[in-house]
Design a protein around this ligand. Sequence first.
Ligand SMILES: Nc1ncnc2c1ncn2[C@@H]1O[C@H](COP(=O)(O)OP(=O)(O)OP(=O)(O)O)[C@@H](O)[C@H]1O
Length: 254
Amino acid sequence: MHTLLKNHKSLQHILEGKNISKHFNQTIALDDVSFEVKKGETLSIIGTSGSGKSTLLRTLNRLIPISGGEIKFRGQNIQEIPEIELRRQIGYVLQEPALFPHWTVEKNIALVLQLCNWPKDKISERVEALLNLMQMPHAKYRKRYPSELSGGEKQRIGIARALAAFPDLVLFDEPFSALDPITKGELQQEVIRLKDKLNTTSIFVTHDVKEAYLLGDRVLILNQGKAIQIGTPEEIRNHPANDFVKQFISTDYD
Ligand SMILES: Nc1ncnc2c1ncn2[C@@H]1O[C@H](COP(=O)(O)OP(=O)(O)OP(=O)(O)O)[C@@H](O)[C@H]1O
């Protein structure tokens, strides 16, 4: 009975990180970090510069190997999942979307689908649906090149590309930090709309406390590679774990 309950609980977690550590020579970038992400949840990760946010995100899709601990994706150790499967199942949105400059929007979005050998007609159908989902009319945008897009439009394509193969988890690494406040606000609303519509599970790295609260169902606070607190925005606001958290979240009130 106990085992059944335990298994049922772990099924609700898309991702489990247990005692993750990462050393770069002498630098301890991550120090015994543990957390879980539930299906349909958005977890925001915040912390000062150099606290380990991007390193943590990159360990989750195996872009960076961990030095210790364990990461389970849908109950399976990520080391055992073939890389192509991991890329299909975990979408990744970067600050600079890194679109291929000589590829059209259509081809950029289709990247993972091509890697997964989707048939051509299915790829076209999916790209059209994704462009429409991102409120970028297919007929207008599909043949454009990245240089013919604004920063906000490029980021919409970055998100469309990450969602292309119906991933179970989407990782966002400070995706809006280079955008102006109005475009940033529009894209934050877009992420909220996508979550309501698609029930996406995501992890969102940011150094902006307001953004972390707005998008995150829960927030993980990192400092010097350690997980200092994890909780809902309300819990963190009302019960900051220590003086560091108190000071860090005070930027929320400016
Ligand atoms: N490839 C690397 N080689 C050596 N040290 C690294 C490497 N990548 C990251 N680090 C170090 O690990 C620590 C965490 O870096 P990380 O980029 O994860 O921080 P961050 O919280 O994302 O910072 P920022 O908000 O500035 O992007 C830092 O001390 C950084 O210098």
